[in-house]
Design a protein around this ligand. Structure first.
Ligand code: ZN
Length: 56
């Protein structure tokens, strides 16, 4: 059974091609702002801005 915590799994979506390239975890209590990270997108073959989105 899943533990009840504030940590949730989120996906990082490329702002250019809209693909979800990465998943990460985030603690809702500590981090309320939406995550935005510069990450490498293998589809664009460069670093792009990746924004937090839901996993599914
Ligand atoms: Zn991309």
């Amino acid at each position: 059974m899943a533990k009840k915590t504030s940590v949730e799994i989120i996906a990082m979506q490329c702002s250019e091609c809209k693909r979800k390239n990465y998943t990460t975890k985030k603690n809702r209590k500590n981090t309320q702002a939406k995550l935005e990270l510069s990450k490498y997108c293998p589809f664009d073959r460069k670093h792009t801005l990746h924004k937090e989105t839901k996993v599914k």
